[in-house]
Design a protein around this ligand. Structure first.
Ligand SMILES: *[C@@H]1O[C@H](CO)[C@@H](O)[C@H](O)[C@H]1NC(C)=O
Ligand SMILES: *[C@@H]1O[C@H](CO)[C@@H](O)[C@H](O)[C@H]1NC(C)=O
Ligand SMILES: *[C@@H]1O[C@H](CO)[C@@H](O)[C@H](O)[C@H]1NC(C)=O
Ligand SMILES: *[C@@H]1O[C@H](CO)[C@@H](O)[C@H](O)[C@H]1NC(C)=O
Ligand SMILES: *[C@@H]1O[C@H](CO)[C@@H](O)[C@H](O)[C@H]1NC(C)=O
Ligand SMILES: *[C@@H]1O[C@H](CO)[C@@H](O)[C@H](O)[C@H]1NC(C)=O
Ligand SMILES: *[C@@H]1O[C@H](CO)[C@@H](O)[C@H](O)[C@H]1NC(C)=O
Ligand SMILES: *[C@@H]1O[C@H](CO)[C@@H](O)[C@H](O)[C@H]1NC(C)=O
Ligand SMILES: *[C@@H]1O[C@H](CO)[C@@H](O)[C@H](O)[C@H]1NC(C)=O
Ligand SMILES: *[C@@H]1O[C@H](CO)[C@@H](O)[C@H](O)[C@H]1NC(C)=O
Length: 458
């Protein structure tokens, strides 16, 4: 009996030991957390910075009940546990924490969490579910939580679970940059249909070749969309689905090769277009920006093959304020392209311009910018010279002397030349005949040659 009792107590001891150690291991002792992490309690918001602390466990408690901004970048959580409980609002950064999985309802202890940054972790599609992103259960039903800004950039997600955002009614910003999306499949489309309040959506650095209309048709409040670093050949036509709300579009770093009348035609409220580093884009066709009357900022940097912008690319009513054409293959700009006086900023660094009178007038009209140096078109070596009004005088002479002798004019000159030659040849042969005839008559040497007389004398 005694031995049985002893083994029983031992067993209980072991049980207790296990329970207590697992309780200890579950959460990081946060009693003196401000000695380990940096705390800033000066403002309305308590700032806690626990970056690079080799934490493997979440804190047991917050050091405050104030609204919190906590940074845990560069720890090693592997499996993310529930946040310390609070009823205050929380912004939490859990970037680069080696997170592979999330506890169920990981944020339900802090239902007023507003911002969650889980970028640069190891989350796969299956791990990102509505069961993780939900509030506490009440009356047998999961409650919503107030997350507004969710950053899942640089994980390993290729598809969203269809109900992942079911309990995130206030989500306005979603970042999926640097994941593995090739297409936005049916499940992803259903998931996005659950977040009609989204205003900012980042899909940069995936492998998208198109954007399916069904994926974004419910995003009627979308203001900003980042599609940079994908495999898009075109600016997606589906953007018309969000055309009334979209104000900022970023399509940098795509193999987009043309911009035409149709490219941005369904985006009447667009304010800013960033289209940098489109290495396959060679020209911008007529009316490309004709319907974008609110376009204020246009960036076309690093489009190294871009060598022509159609003179009618913009609407005459364009109110563009900023235009960036650095590092393009353009050699000239036409003064009729835009109302340059309304421009605040025009940059052309690294673009090898030829000095033209148009360019002079453009820079004369945009007083905020110093005129660039440009290649002197009249020097064979194309020396770089400052852009001055001289170019407008030189241009006329250069034109007439060397350049644009038009085909009709050249034709006329050749025809005239041939006609004169022919006339001389004819006149000469008639003169010879006349001389031969007049040798047989007296006073011939006194008769002056005249083609008219020669004709009469026949
Ligand atoms: C946490 O650490 C403090 C001292 O730093 C200690 O007094 C306290 O008992 C610890 N709490 C737990 C739950 O271990
Ligand atoms: C954390 O560590 C990384 C890499 O060691 C370093 O780049 C980063 O600046 C550190 N962050 C902080 C807040 O100390
Ligand atoms: C992170 O923790 C896991 C175990 O939880 C460990 O295997 C791994 O080596 C740790 N990584 C770093 C960088 O400390
Ligand atoms: C969503 O936002 C509204 C308005 O700010 C707020 O009343 C509501 O409580 C929020 N929902 C959740 C689940 O926090
Ligand atoms: C430009 O885009 C190409 C691929 O489209 C990429 O390889 C390159 O790194 C990008 N360059 C810059 C400066 O972003
Ligand atoms: C763009 O303009 C060029 C030259 O005017 C023309 O050859 C081309 O067909 C145009 N492309 C489209 C799609 O309109
Ligand atoms: C343009 O290219 C240069 C060099 O490749 C790069 O440093 C710069 O960040 C690029 N700018 C943009 C806006 O893509
Ligand atoms: C720039 O234009 C010239 C001809 O005007 C062409 O030879 C060159 O290949 C173009 N550069 C690029 C990067 O396309
Ligand atoms: C401008 O000319 C320089 C020197 O000839 C060249 O290295 C550079 O690539 C050119 N820039 C562009 C955008 O073509
Ligand atoms: C050009 O822009 C200036 C400044 O915004 C404005 O005063 C002027 O009326 C515009 N000219 C035309 C022709 O639209």
């Amino acid at each position: 009996m005694a031995s049985r009792n002893r083994s029983k107590t031992l067993f209980l001891h072991i049980l207790f030991y296990m329970a207590s150690t697992s309780a200890e291991e579950t959460y990081e002792n946060s009693t003196n957390i401000c000695q380990r992490c940096s705390c800033n309690n000066d403002a309305q918001i308590f700032e806690l910075d626990c970056s690079n602390q080799s934490l493997t466990l979440m804190l047991a408690n917050w050091p405050t009940q104030k609204p919190i901004k906590a940074t845990f970048t560069g720890n090693n959580f592997t499996k993310l546990e529930k946040l310390p409980p609070t009823q205050s609002s929380v912004e939490i950064v859990l970037s680069k924490c080696n997170i592979q999985s999330l506890d169920p309802a990981v944020f339900d202890t802090a239902p007023k969490t507003k911002l969650v940054d889980l970028s640069y972790n190891l989350l796969v599609s299956e791990e990102v579910t509505s069961d993780k992103f939900r509030g506490p259960i009440k009356d047998n039903r999961p409650q919503p939580i107030g997350i507004e800004d969710l950053n899942l950039a640089y994980n390993q997600i290729h598809s969203l679970n269809k109900d992942v955002f079911e309990f995130l009614p206030n989500l306005t910003r979603l970042n999926l940059e640097g994941n593995d999306f090739r297409v936005l499949d049916a499940h992803t489309q259903l998931a996005l249909a659950n977040v009609p309040g989204l205003t900012s959506f980042n899909l940069a650095n995936n492998e998208l070749t198109d954007l399916i209309p069904d994926a974004i048709e419910k995003l009627t409040k979308l203001v900003e969309l980042d599609l940079s670093k994908n495999d898009l050949d075109f600016v997606p036509h589906s953007l018309e689905e969000v055309g009334t709300s979209l104000q900022v579009l970023i399509v940098d770093d795509n193999p987009i090769f043309e911009m035409t009348e149709k490219t941005f035609s369904k985006l009447p409220n667009i304010v800013e277009i960033s289209a940098n580093n489109l290495t396959l884009l060679t020209r911008i066709n007529a009316s490309t920006f004709a319907s974008n009357l609110k376009l204020t900022k246009l960036s076309l940097r690093n489009n190294t093959a871009l060598r022509a912008i159609d003179p009618a690319a913009f609407s005459p009513q364009s109110t563009l304020k900023e235009l960036h054409l650095d590092n393009t293959n353009l050699t000239d700009l036409l003064v009729g392209l835009l109302n340059w006086t309304s421009l605040d900023s025009l940059t052309l660094h690294g673009t090898n311009l030829t000095c033209t009178c148009d360019l002079y007038h453009i820079f004369a009209a945009t007083p905020n910018e110093d005129p660039p140096t440009c290649a002197d078109p009249s020097s064979p070596a194309r020396h770089h010279i400052p852009l001055t009004s001289d170019v407008c005088e030189v241009k006329q002479i250069v034109r007439i002397r060397y350049q644009h002798i038009s085909i009709p004019l050249a034709g006329l000159i050749v025809t005239l030349f041939v006609a004169i030659l022919a006339a001389i040849a004819m006149a000469y042969s008639r003169y010879r005949r006349f001389v031969q005839q007049s040798r047989q008559t007296p006073f011939a040497s006194q008769v002056m040659y005249s083609p008219l007389l020669a004709a009469y004398s026949r």
